[in-house]
Design a binder for this molecule. Sequence first.
Ligand SMILES: [Cu+2]
Length: 128
Amino acid sequence: MTLPPMRANAGLGVIVALTLVLGACSSDSGGDQSSTPVAEAGDLAPGSAAINIVDLTFEPTSITVAPGSTDIAITNADSVDHTFTLDDGSVDETVSAGSNVTVTVDLTESVGFHCEIHPSMTGTLQVA
Ligand SMILES: [Cu+2]
């Protein structure tokens, strides 16, 4: 006569599992320890991108963004200041040594970028 309780437990298990799935879908990349696949480091959310500056070089030198507005986090790992400047002049942001800034670009077509201080530093934002 233990069947009714077991059935009740089985039903509860399904509800718990559903709740976990729904919860996982609604939570962003937290620091949770679950086995749920999370975005890789270079796998950013839509509408955002990241550029590092290391040894007077933009990394990567070419990144692809969607048309429209994109937040780009720029980290300057060098011990000298740089700028992140779009060739069309729409963005010109100083990124001080050892700091990071986030700029918002709003693009309809691909555009180059460079550092105003070091002309050899160049790269391209590809719109696709
Ligand atoms: Cu520079």
